[in-house]
Design a protein around this ligand. Structure first.
Ligand code: AMP
Length: 490
């Protein structure tokens, strides 16, 4: 049973902001976490982005901070009281935008700091005083060293997407930040899964936390049709195009394992006339914002991305997700396909396994999702005659690029010890690519299937696509034994 926000007795300015956003009933994580956070207990929450967890922690924290609310212009009257740490710039920006909306009728201030941006505007904002500081760990440490951020009055800490922060290698940065905070505080930790590392982090920094799990971890939505195909590296692009043609897919995420592979694949799909954009950590902040904007507006149909770059982005639902590479980490499979089939909508998740280590990775996924995976043989339609691309949009052509590299894992913001250059204490040492912090409203807009003036590029080439099933030529659910030979799941 879901209950209404009106049962919560939120303070009027917060209730007004919530009503203005059109929320009436609480999501499960909100229903469970808000009363616990209001009561002042630590929380260890298993919840992914898209579950409403930002409101689940920010509304009760704002409510508890209201006693400090004041309209003084003195920075000393606005010390940092709540610190929210996130692994990526996009997530930090999204969360800060949401907190600002919830706090808009209060005098509590919120600021966001993340790397890849000039430190100066962030410094100015910090110096004026903010009650809620949303940050990525590396940049926060820069501000702490430069004495722009003083954290000795922090009462609340949120470690959001904690598993991802550990994956990226932020543990030392987190430990350093936490050492600057008062021991007496409320700590909230949110993570998609409770791995042994997360449990250790929780044991070190949380006190008698209340554990909240909104969905069984590692559960995949039943509304997602999951298909696994055996395809050689050289045939993956062809397989991708065939499936999106045949299924009449309008937009999709295409996940790859490396930045290098991401850029290459996006380029080659683009050359083949597909409206494609890439999202990975080597793109500048500005480029990434533009790529997302273009996808949300329907100006591109395929978003080729790495796990870290795509994690947590507020794109609610896409018709299909392709695992062009099987993820190294089975949990990433769950995150990836969680992009489709949300809120009861049906979605398609297609994964390409190409041999080698993929057999073991598929077996890991099978174990994690506790569902048998049938690996199907990918069979291609008769080769259609391929013309040269003369209108940029209408013809497919083969393209002989080598398989994608898998060596470079993506990190949006490297932990400090992996950074190439030392920094000066004040002002930051690295060159900055964009002049000011983004204030981009598209992060606040839910993803909706864009209205199209023209059909997607691939639809114009499809004739008589089957309503269901990948292809009449594909024998469904045929297991490819060879791939499982070496590592049959136990
Ligand atoms: P989050 O998991 O915090 O990233 O939230 C995902 C999305 O759900 C955001 O766009 C929120 O604005 C939206 N949202 C949060 N709480 C609710 C609610 N109770 N009802 C409807 N939408 C919500």
């Amino acid at each position: 049973m879901t209950s209404s926000f009106s049962n919560l007795s939120l303070a009027e300015p917060l209730a007004r902001a919530v009503a203005e956003m059109g929320y009436e009933t609480m999501t499960p994580i909100q229903e469970q976490a808000i009363p616990v956070v209001l009561s002042g207990q630590d929380v260890m929450g298993a919840a992914q982005t898209g579950t409403g967890k930002t409101a689940a922690f920010s509304l009760p924290l704002l409510q508890r901070m209201l006693k400090h609310e004041n309209s003084s212009t003195s920075p000393a009257r606005h010390p940092v009281r709540a610190l929210v740490l996130l692994p990526t710039r996009e997530l930090a920006d999204q969360v800060a935008q949401q907190v600002k909306l919830y706090a808009k009728y209060t005098d509590l201030r919120c600021a966001v700091v993340f790397g890849g941006m000039d430190m100066k505007p962030q410094t100015l904002e910090l110096k004026k005083g903010v009650e809620v500081l949303v940050a990525t760990p590396g940049r926060l440490l820069d501000h702490i060293e430069a004495k722009n951020a003083v954290l000795n009055q922090v009462e609340y800490v949120v470690l959001d997407e904690a598993d991802r922060m550990l994956d990226i290698g932020f543990l030392p940065d987190l430990q350093r930040i936490l050492s600057h905070l008062p021991k007496q505080r409320t700590t909230l930790l949110f993570s998609a899964t409770f791995s042994p590392e997360i449990k250790r982090l929780s044991a070190s920094y949380l006190q008698n936390p209340v554990t909240i799990e909104v969905a069984r971890p590692n559960e995949t939505a039943s509304t997602v049709e999951q298909r696994f195909f055996s395809v050689s590296d050289d045939d993956k692009r062809r397989a991708l195009k065939q499936i999106i043609q045949q299924r009449g897919i309008t937009q999709a995420f295409v996940f790859v394992n490396s930045k290098l592979g991401c850029a290459r694949l996006a380029r080659s799909l683009e050359r083949e006339g597909l409206r494609t954009t890439a999202l990975h950590g080597d793109k500048s902040q500005d480029e990434r914002l533009k790529a997302l904007d273009a996808f949300k507006k329907g100006e591109v149909d395929l978003l080729v991305c790495t796990d870290v770059a795509a994690r947590g982005l507020d794109i609610k639902d896409v018709p299909a997700v392709f695992n062009f590479d099987i993820p190294f980490n089975a949990e990433d499979y769950v995150h990836r396909i969680g992009r489709t089939g949300r809120a009861g909508a049906s979605g398609l998740a297609v994964s390409f396994a190409s041999g080698g280590n993929d057999a073991r990775l598929v077996a890991d996924i099978e174990k994690l999702i506790k569902k048998p995976i049938e690996l199907e043989a990918m069979e291609f339609e008769e080769d259609r005659p391929r013309g040269r691309i003369n209108d940029g949009r209408r013809h497919w052509r083969e393209e002989g690029e080598a398989g994608d590299g898998r060596d470079v894992l993506d990190t949006l913001e490297a932990p400090r010890e992996q950074r190439p250059e030392p920094r000066t204490a004040r002002g930051g040492g690295r060159p900055h690519r964009a002049p000011s912090a983004p204030r981009d409203p598209f992060f606040e807009q839910p993803y909706e299937t864009p209205e199209r003036e023209a059909a997607p590029t691939w639809e114009t080439t499809v004739k008589g696509a089957p309503a269901r099933g990948i292809s009449a030529n594909i024998k469904p659910k045929r297991k490819v034994a060879a791939l499982f030979k070496s590592s049959e799941p136990t």
